[in-house]
Design a protein around this ligand. Structure first.
Ligand code: ARG
Length: 302
């Protein structure tokens, strides 16, 4: 199995990007030798020969995947289009309005792309599938309210934060609105989100139920399938403003997070360009306008 991982590592080397993988063994040989001129070629050769059958297999596997490596900045620029994903049910950040993707993050990404003179080709995806989609390079970036965590940062790269926020408890009035009151109570959270971790940290918490989207968590709360809800404070405020009849209130804040676009790890230039675009829309007032439009407040991290 070691040889398998060794060959995956070789295939992941940046100098191999763009190498023809038709005969992966051959591509590995030449790239490896160019990268590390080795006086003892014989030893290297015999080591590589040992992993050759495995690397052929890996090559075949990679060949069947969509793009094993990130599209670099030059390729993106030449295509004129960034491919992006977001979720579409995390209002006011990303949601559908009359069948059209809208929201603070959608407009923000469009404004960033405009600064980079690119279009965006959007393909929405459920939140819990996005991290894997980015590390498999199915999109150039995702903008879907990902809070920075060390675990995520091992899988993908984060751009500079485009807003700062926090996780908060929500519950029917008279329900468990503090961390202490959640002892033995059930809580609903979005699958794959930082709220799952936050819920786990609450001492004595009862059942933690995960749902595929925030509207599903909210309806579970309204139909008493869960006692409380942990979610983003800005999303919660907007949801409760739309549904005053629900009789749900906001409770204790639990943690704070910095939210960024995420992209493939092999793409430092794309990251720099997205950061440049973001800095430009902050400078020219577009960011402030969007923040006021959606939140009537400055939600930036500064
Ligand atoms: N901020 C939370 C997290 O980082 C939730 C993000 C959910 N985003 C979404 N588009 N549904 O996990």
């Amino acid at each position: 199995m070691d040889a398998f991982y060794a060959s995956v590592e070789l295939l992941r080397r940046p100098e191999l990007r763009g190498q023809p993988l038709v005969v992966p063994g051959t591509a590995i040989f030449s790239a490896r030798q160019r990268a590390e001129p080795n006086p003892d070629d014989g030893v290297l050769m015999s080591k590589l020969l040992k992993i050759l059958p495995v690397s052929l297999l890996v090559g075949a596997l990679l060949g069947s995947l969509p793009n094993a490596f990130a599209r670099d900045w030059k390729t993106i620029q030449a295509s004129g289009t960034l491919t992006a994903t977001t979720e579409g049910s995390f209002a006011p950040f990303n949601y559908f309005e009359n069948g059209k993707l809208s929201g603070f993050e959608v407009e923000l990404a469009e404004a960033v792309a405009q600064k980079l003179k690119l279009n965006i080709d959007w393909k929405p995806l459920p939140f819990d599938g996005q991290l894997a989609a980015i590390s498999q390079d199915r999109f150039d970036f995702a903008i879907s309210s990902h809070g920075y965590t060390e675990a995520r940062a091992r899988a993908v790269d984060f751009a500079d934060p485009h807003y700062c926020t926090g996780g908060q408890i929500g519950a029917p009035k008279g329900g468990p609105l503090t961390a202490a009151a959640l002892k033995g109570k059930s809580v609903g959270v979005l699958l794959g989100s930082t709220y799952v971790e936050a819920a786990r940290k609450i001492p004595g918490i009862g059942e933690i139920k995960t749902y595929k989207s925030e509207p599903e968590v909210f309806s579970a709360l309204l139909s008493h399938k869960v006692d409380a809800w942990i979610s983003d404070r800005l999303l919660m405020r907007a949801t409760l403003n739309r549904h005053p009849e629900a009789g749900v209130g906001m409770g204790d804040p639990l943690f704070v997070e910095r939210v960024s676009m995420i992209m493939h790890k092999d793409n430092p230039e794309l990251r720099a360009q997205l950061n440049r675009g973001l800095a430009e829309i902050i400078k020219d007032g577009t960011y402030a306008r969007l923040s006021q439009k959606y939140f009537q407040a400055d939600i930036s991290c500064h």
